[in-house]
Design a protein around this ligand. Structure first.
Ligand code: RIB
Length: 302
């Protein structure tokens, strides 16, 4: 049986406008189409993992408002366990404003709201129940102090913690060493290492810097090109299937959700990266964040 998956992170409602191109500062662009969609990096990853067959518990914090209620209902519909989700009476649910252009590229502004109030004491006794074996997945849309606390608590229990360091932020290196794996994209990897990633060799150089800092497994996502992985001894590159992208929002979230499903099933690192690349390549062919996440039956690799 696969290990249980715990995803701790943000939940947002995404207000998306798709237009021909992204606006520049001070500019108004007419002619876009609007979509309101469930989002947030943590929630997107939880939905991806659940649709791909994971036994997923999601821990977040929502406001006492309509958006928060809608998110909770949605998680339940997706068969995600929600018992550790808390409701904040003083802060609204998270909102993201997203512009998507004709090529599927995006820019995002987030008002974190209740996500910014996820602290160790709001995790609703989650760590009293967490036991090995399990896989824990976190991102950086919640306070850093909480992310560092989660990594410490996982290390104490010998539980594999995987950090998707998005959006880029500074996290203490002593915490990073305790991770099972880190999954930056090219920009985040450059921020962590100073290495500009433009091909396989430079991805390898960035991974070597991260290993030198004590990180055990490094997976660098390279957008439509695929992903590079390294466990310090072996490494490889997996090419993503070629597709026509309509919206790249949450492709990284899909990758991470899929990756933890495969790891929780006991797949090797390269097998898990191949599985995640395939799932992410499907997600970019559809609009929206959670709405774009594929189901297991849609994947060729099982
Ligand atoms: O990774 C994509 C997500 O980032 C969006 O769903 C948005 O809510 C922001 O959190």
């Amino acid at each position: 049986m696969a290990d249980p998956i715990y995803i701790i992170g943000s939940s947002n409602t995404d207000m998306v406008i798709k237009s021909e191109r992204l606006p520049t500062p001070g500019e108004t662009i007419l002619g876009g189409t609007f979509l309101m969609n469930a989002g947030g990096k943590g929630a997107n990853q939880a939905v991806a993992a659940a649709r791909l067959g994971g036994n997923v518990t999601f821990i977040t914090r929502v406001g006492n408002d309509l958006f928060g209620q809608q998110s909770l209902q949605q998680f339940k519909k997706e068969n995600i366990h929600t018992q550790f989700i808390s409701i904040d009476k003083n802060h609204p649910s998270g909102i993201a404003l997203i512009n998507v252009d004709a090529k599927g590229e995006n820019c995002i502004t987030v008002a974190s709201g209740a996500n910014g109030q996820i602290f160790p004491e709001t995790l609703n006794g989650f760590f009293n129940e967490l036991k090995s074996p399990a896989v824990v997945l976190i991102q950086l849309e919640i306070p850093l102090v909480t992310v560092e606390y989660i990594i410490e608590e996982c290390a104490k229990r010998n539980i594999s913690a995987i950090l998707n360091p998005a959006p880029a932020n500074r996290i203490q290196e002593s915490s990073l060493k305790k991770l099972f794996a880190i999954t930056p994209n090219e920009t985040e990897a450059q921020g962590l290492t100073g290495v500009r990633i433009h091909n396989d060799d430079s991805a390898g150089e960035a991974a070597a810097v991260l290993h030198k800092k004590g990180m055990q497994r490094v997976i660098i996502t390279l957008g439509k090109r695929g992903a590079y992985w390294s466990d310090g001894k072996n490494s490889g590159f997996h090419t993503s299937p070629s597709v026509t992208a309509v919206d790249t929002t949450a492709a990284g979230d899909c990758f991470n959700g899929a990756l933890v499903v495969a790891l929780a099933e006991g797949k090797s690192l390269p097998e898990s990266v191949a599985f995640a690349c395939q799932a992410a390549s499907i997600s970019v062919t559809r609009m929206g964040a959670q709405a774009s996440m594929p189901f297991r039956k849609e994947l060729k690799l099982s």
